[in-house]
Design a protein around this ligand. Structure first.
Ligand code: SF4
Length: 268
């Protein structure tokens, strides 16, 4: 599906509820205003109205969508499962491995997998690698974790760092506080994406927090991609208004954070 997420070309939701819609389980502070849950609560958008809590509905894996990856000619970046977490505790491990198999046979496509559960991603990928006699993930599989505050930075970055991927990335969105000194972590990550929160009840994001991450990434020569400022932005403790509802228009950013880089890598 085409998308307006700036760091990818399309989203692919390979895990869905059998009767329609999607499901996930909230994990941390970053999930409080989950946009996927909001869409799922609205039948107009194809949702099943079930909250992202409690027990999962019956889920299905879209094996046909996975099979088609291997036949795509035009190289694209695929954000796999924007509506759930493919490394959720409820997702059968063989589904995760079927997904990785499909990516493995589509080497000209880039797959961006993002999780709030990198400890499960690590153990599942280790199993998959060992089944295939591999010691690292193929170039086209990017492994990422979400980071929203200092707690999740410490907790999740250590698991992500152990994943034998050539491209490991952070999605620092929604950025909920100043992350402070991140230099010690940047050797283990090849891309940092940053975004403030958008949508109703957005929590504040200060441009100084974004700028601090950008400056540290630039010093460490780690590619950094400022996706959006968010809908509740501050600069020098004053509200910073943007015309774009999500603060996602690059030209509206202060100049020092007008930056959207990717790792120097292609699967063409
Ligand atoms: S992990 Fe992602 S999709 Fe799942 S509840 Fe949290 S924000 Fe929503």
């Amino acid at each position: 599906m085409s998308t307006n997420i700036e760091w990818t070309d399309q989203t692919e939701n390979i895990i869905r509820a059998k009767e329609g819609g999607w499901w996930c389980h909230k994990k941390s502070e970053g999930c409080a205003n989950c946009y996927a849950e909001k869409l799922n609560k609205n039948s107009f958008f194809g949702g099943n109205k079930q909250p992202y809590s409690g027990e999962p509905p019956e889920l299905v894996l879209d094996t046909e969508a996975i099979r088609k990856w291997g036949f795509q000619r035009k190289p694209k970046k695929h954000f796999v499962s924007s509506m759930t977490d493919v490394f959720g505790e409820w997702v059968p491990r063989f589904w995760q491995h079927e997904m990785l198999d499909g990516m493995f046979v589509a080497p000209n496509q880039i797959f961006q997998i993002l999780t709030k559960r990198p400890e499960i991603m690590l153990s599942s990928m280790d199993e998959w690698l060992s089944c295939h006699g591999l010691d690292k993930l193929p170039l086209n599989i990017w492994s990422g974790t979400s980071i929203e505050n200092r707690r999740t930075l410490e907790e999740r970055s250590q698991f992500l760092a152990q994943i034998p991927a050539l491209i490991r990335f952070w999605s620092v969105e929604p950025l909920l506080e100043d992350l402070g000194d991140i230099t010690q972590y940047l050797n283990d990550v090849q891309l940092v994406i940053i975004g403030g929160e958008s949508g109703p009840n957005s929590r504040p994001c200060h441009i100084e927090w974004i700028n601090s991450i950008v400056q540290q990434c630039q010093s460490a020569k780690t590619p950094v991609f400022v996706k959006q400022l968010g809908a509740n932005v501050y600069l020098n403790q004053q509200p910073f208004k943007t015309k774009h509802a999500k603060g996602g228009e690059l030209a509206e950013f202060p100049q020092q954070i007008q930056i959207r880089e990717f790792p120097n890598f292609t699967c063409d």
